[in-house]
Design a protein around this ligand. Sequence first.
Ligand code: F6P
Length: 302
Amino acid sequence: MVTRENPTPDETGQTSDTVDAVLDVVARSAPEIREGLPGRRVAHGEENPSGETQMAADVFADELLCERISEIENVGVYASEEREEGIDVGNGLSVCVDPLDGSSNLKPNAAMGTIVAIYDDDLPATGRDIVAAAYVLYGATTTMVTAREKTDTVTEYVIHPDGNYQVVHEELSLPDDPTVYGFGGRVPHWVEEFREFVESIESDPSMKLRYGGAMIGDVNQVLTYGGIFGYPTLGNAPEGKLRVQFEGYPVGYIVETAGGASSDGHQSLLDVEKDELHARTPVYVGNRELIDDLESYMADRD
Ligand code: F6P
């Protein structure tokens, strides 16, 4: 566990200024990360702490963000999916980064993301300690979606190649009538209760499959069109694949702030408590009625 010397930032706006600074660094670094991808579509030769093969692009994005975020005043810890432990960089907020979410999409040239979660506590923090979360989506265009405690709203920005960015959507909220769904994991490994839930979704003529293999791309579909994304509990991996601190809490926070719901199958993702930095959890996010349905299908399962 990383311990900060000053776990409670003052209330003079310092937290808000730090959040501004972190989000600004992430947005301004996004074009460089994007430009750095060609030529880095190869394995780096190492595994990350979750046992996945690191791509050169994962390492590049991590080093760039680590260097810049560590310099921000009132950031206490920088932690990344690509590093075993958080790095103590000062006194203040803890910043968790997934530098390149969905990097297996590098080779086929499909969407990827960068995820950031900012916690007002030591790591591993809880979902209720989050003060802001954001993701960059490297799609046909580069966009950033942020959710902040200060405003309790979700904002979408478009990021230009020079690093400047502008708001394209204020107070983003999930559309009321959901239309898309996407679920990860091998279908033969889905548990019976989840399989039945998916069949109920598939029998709804208004729903269509959208699954791209990078969580951020798939979650952004749900924020745009309404629906549900999940990386479920699996027969051979009950905790699924996604990491709580780096993926579960930030997307749960963003989707809930946008008026949707999140779950690990039984409770809000923000109420999941794990005591390891790289712990995993099943992740389901989307429109409230779909998450309620999912939880009722999963209710018989512990
Ligand atoms: O972080 C892991 C990740 O790349 C997510 O972005 C994505 O949802 C998932 O893995 C895809 O996993 P799979 O290849 O098993 O569908």
